[in-house]
Ligand binder design. Structure first.
Ligand SMILES: Cc1ncc(COP(=O)(O)O)c(C=O)c1O
Length: 413
């Protein structure tokens, strides 16, 4: 079995135990080089036509990562007023932000309107609300292309069973309602789901969406969404998502479309995970090892409050073991690695072949940069962790301090 952190020199020669001594565990650690590389890849998927990648910041909203996105020429998607506020703070201008919310109220919509941010509406009721607040303006519609994709039913966001988007059969009604407020539908967007490992589901959705796009005249932009996967089984050499093939096949489809549509809109994507997952790891400390029956339980401080994905989606994360600052090699026994939350489901991996793990070792959970910190909670009154960046020049720095008990208690009135 390979070691990803050694192969990529993830910590750039820095002493892992020293970092952990300084900032404690659990600790999110990011590698700037990997983040920049992935951001620049998504920024360049389409080169032949006007194209912009919007980083979906729900995947990781650390302000330093948002600044990297901006520097790599990537715009952003926001899902909430809070995300818009943070993007503005990170230096994005309103025209670099696309608001793609779901079921929001008038106040949240008004915040976007006041800040001049383009909004995507995903139901007739939301068109009515927007039209009453901002008649005669421009907006986008989120359309369900009828096909979904994703690694788990909870992340499929199109097709027959989803709360998202306007169904194709309701497009005429959506246009009529938009018209009644003098709204101009200047863009359409879709997002079919998250984490597919080949470009095919996305290409299939592109075909559907370009067919649907022809039902709209003079679109200024068409946004195809995100969902590009990353190899979570990289220690077993899982193949990465083929972004090169995606680029070629997607461009061919745009060639066809542009030839007959009559104008060339700006084409967009909305990747989140692809940009940040592999650029982040989560370090935790082994606090107790015990055997219950035939099972070895490795008790760590990486609870489900720190990394939700395994509990929420049964997700797999590769885990490396670090003892005295060195990666431990070789499979020795099966281990169930758990967190410190009072829930029997608080399990990172179950009966997984692992190297020998001892009390006080470190675990390094790979591919934790996406939907890691951004899904953290203070469940069990545990503090959200700190975040550290391993910078391109080899230095490292704190980019978010650990939460304090005062941070939590201060919300009580
Ligand atoms: C509307 C929308 N766009 C983009 C994304 C990003 O998806 P991913 O992180 O899989 O690329 C999501 C995630 O669920 C989403 O809901």
């Amino acid at each position: 079995m390979n070691s990803f952190i050694e192969k990529r020199d993830f910590f750039k020669g820095n002493d892992i135990e020293k970092i952990v001594k300084e900032f404690g565990t659990p600790l999110y650690v990011y590698n700037e080089d990997i983040l920049r590389k992935r951001m620049s890849e998504v920024a360049g998927i389409i080169t032949k036509y006007p194209y912009k990648a919007n980083y979906s910041m729900k995947a990781n909203s650390n302000i330093e990562i948002l600044k990297i996105a901006r520097e790599e020429n990537v715009n952003c998607d926001a899902m909430s007023e809070g995300e818009i506020r943070l993007l503005l703070k990170a230096g994005f201008t309103p025209d670099q932000i696309f608001f793609v919310p779901n079921n929001i109220d008038a106040n949240e919509m008004q915040y976007a309107i006041d800040n001049g941010i383009m909004i995507s509406l995903d139901s007739i009721d939301q068109i009515n609300l927007y039209g009453s607040l901002n008649p005669g303006s421009k907006c986008a519609l989120r359309i369900n292309p009828g096909v979904g994709a994703g690694h788990h039913e909870k992340v499929v966001t199109a097709g027959k069973n989803t709360k998202f988007a306007i169904a194709e059969e309701d497009i005429d009604e959506a246009k009529r309602v938009a018209d009644s407020y003098g709204l101009k539908i200047c863009g359409i967007n879709q997002h079919v789901g998250s984490l597919y490992m080949t470009p095919d589901p996305f290409l299939n959705a592109i075909d559907q969406f370009l067919r649907i796009a022809r039902k709209f005249k003079d679109l200024e932009f068409i946004d195809f969404g995100g969902g590009f996967g990353i190899p979570y089984h990289k220690l077993e050499d899982e193949e990465p998502f083929d972004i090169f093939r995606l680029s070629i096949e997607w461009t061919k489809r745009l060639d066809e479309f542009v030839k007959s549509y009559g104008s060339t809109p700006l084409f967009k994507s909305e990747p989140g995970r692809y940009c940040v997952a592999e650029g982040g790891v989560l370090l935790g400390r082994v606090n107790a090892v015990k055997y219950n029956g035939d099972h070895k339980y490795v008790g760590t401080d990486v609870g489900m409050n720190v990394l939700m994905r395994p509990v929420l989606y049964d997700s797999w994360h590769d885990i490396e073991i670090i003892s005295d600052g060195k990666v431990v090699k070789g499979m020795k026994e099966e281990a169930t690695i758990t967190g410190n939350i009072c829930e029997s489901g608080d399990v990172l991996c179950k009966d997984r072949p692992m190297p020998m793990i001892k009390d006080n070792d470190l675990i390094c959970v790979l591919d934790a940069g996406a939907y890691g910190y951004s899904m953290c909670s203070s469940y069990n009154m545990r503090l959200r962790p700190a975040e550290v960046m391993i910078c391109s020049d080899g230095s490292y720095r704190l980019i978010r301090r650990r939460e304090t008990f005062d941070d939590i208690f201060n919300t009580f009135v």
